[in-house]
Design a protein. Structure first.
Length: 318
């Protein structure tokens, strides 16, 4: 098996060497590393070129700043591998990351394998935590793969932490110009996959970054998550009607996150409030009567009654 490791790069000169080196140190060596420099303004592009001179498995693509979705799509279109592995350029992976995921796919003839992750702080480096190899047999998901995706944390929406057969992306591309672009794609990857193998392995290390898209101040693009969850809900309703309640629950959860983000920023956007009020009115009971946090249910119920009141509560929260 040949794997294409795709790493979109933008202004990450502090973390990029750590990311590249952890990939080059993989115990599974049959891969290409595609670095997509998305118009970086710092030395990230130079760093990419320097590493490419040291290892012929590295291919560097320089482009204008079109955003992460375009960078990922460019990586997909230039990939030669049988499988794709997405890694964020400020994160890193454990030494056996590719080997474990490849082994899981090969042994089970699966289109997708996934692993767990560990969080690290901004200044942590490769090797800060000892790697623990799998001790339990992998879980092979067939007809229940979508339910597991919707109802557990075993398969996350983020593209990282997964190995996916490239052919799954023959008709799929990340939507350009969206935040939370993963919300529009991952469920389709799971749907089209013949099997999904969940490994007992925390091989991905996610770096918590206060400046990331998920942690920045409120903007209208936060609504992209609601849009993505709504599209997914319509798909689930059609293809997996028995799982409809979980698709609806995700819409309410996304609305909660938008309101909380607005509250944290101490701002008010009338257009957003008008858009999410009917979603609460239509789907709140799916959220209340499925597994969700008590605080989340309370906030959803208040929003069902009046999103303006819910926003006042969100603004008062610390």
């Amino acid at each position: 098996m040949f794997v294409s490791v795709l790493v979109p790069v933008y202004n990450v000169e502090k973390f990029l060497p750590n990311c590249i080196e952890c990939i080059l140190r993989q115990t599974f060596a049959n891969f290409e590393l595609i670095l997509i420099d998305d118009g970086s303004l710092d030395n990230s592009g130079v760093i990419c070129d320097q590493y490419a001179k040291l290892d012929d498995r590295i291919k560097v693509i320089h482009q204008n700043n079109f955003g992460q979705a375009v960078a990922r799509n460019v990586g997909i279109e230039n990939a030669k591998g049988d499988y794709l592995a997405f890694i964020d350029s400020d994160d890193f992976v454990q030494p056996h990351y590719l080997e474990v995921l490849v082994d899981a796919c090969e042994k089970n003839y699966a289109d997708v394998s996934v692993c767990g992750f560990i969080r690290c702080l901004p200044n942590d480096l490769f090797g800060f935590v000892k790697e623990k190899l799998p001790t339990k047999a992998s879980e092979v998901l067939l007809d229940d793969k979508m339910k597991v995706f919707l109802t557990t944390q075993k398969i996350r929406t983020a593209p990282w932490g997964k190995l996916c057969r490239k052919s799954l992306f023959d008709t799929l591309r990340y939507p350009v110009g969206k935040y939370n672009e993963d919300e529009f794609i991952t469920y389709l990857v799971i749907h089209f996959a013949n099997k999904v193998v969940v490994t007992d392995y925390d091989g991905y290390v996610y770096r918590y970054n206060n400046n990331s898209v998920m942690n920045t101040a409120f903007s209208l693009k936060k609504m992209n998550a609601v849009e993505g969850c709504y599209e997914r809900m319509l798909f689930i309703e059609k293809k997996y009607p028995k799982l409809k309640k979980y698709g609806c629950r995700a819409v309410v959860y996304a609305c909660n996150q938008v309101l909380l983000s607005m509250g944290k920023a101490k701002t008010r956007n009338t257009t957003v409030l008008k858009e999410i009020q009917p979603l609460y009115r239509k789907y709140v009971w799916y959220y209340v009567f499925t597994k969700s946090s008590v605080l989340g249910k309370f906030f959803a119920l208040v929003s069902f009654l009046n999103v303006n009141l819910a926003l006042k509560i969100a603004c008062s929260m610390k």
